[in-house]
Design a protein around this ligand. Sequence first.
Ligand SMILES: Cc1cc2nc3c(=O)[nH]c(=O)nc-3n(C[C@H](O)[C@H](O)[C@H](O)COP(=O)(O)O)c2cc1C
Length: 285
Amino acid sequence: MLAAGILGSTASSLNWAGRSGAGAVVTKSFGLNPNKGYANPTTVEVTGGVINAIGLSNPGVENFKTELEKLNKSVPAIASLYGANPEEFSEIATRVEDLVDALELNVSCPHAMGGCGSAIGQDPELTREIVQSVKKSVKIPVFVKLTPNVTDIVEIARSAEDVGADALTMINSLGPGMRIDIETGNPILNNKFGGLSGPAVKPIAIRCIYEVYDSVDIPIIGVGGIRNYEDVIEFLYAGASCIQIGTSIMYEGMDIFGKILTGLERFMDDKGYGSVNGMVGIAHK
Ligand SMILES: Cc1cc2nc3c(=O)[nH]c(=O)nc-3n(C[C@H](O)[C@H](O)[C@H](O)COP(=O)(O)O)c2cc1C
């Protein structure tokens, strides 16, 4: 799948990811009202990835709906939602339910404003209330995207599963982290701090998935630093049933989906795997 926040703000870029081999696409996270996010610079490169503090900039649910209506539906579309409380999440969810195949609740952004993002996903009770409220409001599947920035990710995963989450997406960006310009002495990002993503976070994502896999019965969608088919295999072996790709599109372009599919198919042929299902959780055996 295309991960939330990377080329997911318009129907044309989401459709492009679908045409490029993504099995499903996740939109940029959107909220109830338009949000400008943080001022530039919002993204900076670091060794092994990027740090971003975009601040969930988005045009609000009503404007986003015009993009969702233009999706060509060649692959399933998943709307990524954020809000500050159960009522806001449920309101957005009901407004887009008829336009997408599933929802992904972003309770995990490390640089969200006003009590959104990881402020929710670091609290098992708040997570539970939000997932429960959305599950009562819609009939389509509800995925919950978790933050790695917690002491015990298993506790949060179980809270979401207990109230009916259909799948868990792991992980959102890590940190926050920071970079400083050595010429000026100033922080590089306007927000000073931002979430780390890209190949550097992969070992953390693998560990989170490995830990949660043994404790829940719902599927895990793996995300965090995937750049090639070998990375995908590691995620499957850790316990993910499918995966998302975000930052590596900045290095490889949309061709990454096709390249990974070719490599994965070859590997599966060589090893005699008839389906991805037979590869999920192998590292636990
Ligand atoms: C520029 C940028 C914007 C992002 N925006 C969102 C977002 O709107 N919602 C969300 O849930 N995650 C967002 N993410 C997090 C990614 O979806 C993903 O969870 C994380 O970056 C780790 O995967 P990756 O290393 O493949 O990018 C964003 C990441 C980046 C780099």
